[in-house]
Ligand binder design. Sequence first.
Ligand SMILES: [Zn+2]
Length: 166
Amino acid sequence: MRPVTKADIASCMINMSDTEIGVMTFPGLHETLWDEREFLGWRDVHHKTKGYLVFWIGDQLRGLMVRAAETQMPPGRSAICALCHTQQPAPQVSLFVAPKAGEEGYRGNTVGTYLCADLACSTLIRITPSESAAIPNVDKTLSHKSLGIRDRLENFSNRVLGLDVS
Ligand SMILES: [Zn+2]
């Protein structure tokens, strides 16, 4: 992805109040390997349940905040991240909810999804052997997985924005 600055991030969040943006924690942007990621995803080290996803849709930067459910899925089972489609031990996948943008969000409406708990899908798809761990016959290659993540991020953020008509 193209690099972004803290100012870029602070101005692109679609489902956060100014107060929330004021206290959000940023990742180490200087250490980020931009060429090896579809999106910037990180957990807030000071607000443990919060996480953030920031990505480009064409020339438009879009970011959203998600909250992890307090309950973990039971160990000994496996789960699949809805973004990167990697199958993993259940505790490494969390249920997250994103407050909807605008009025709907103020009323408490959210959109839920299962995601890698550390929001590091971009790293994961680069270290996971594609044959064994991914869903069979889907997302075989890295470029397929990469495109898939970007598509699904756009779709998810459209749901947060209330743009989905289906
Ligand atoms: Zn993932």
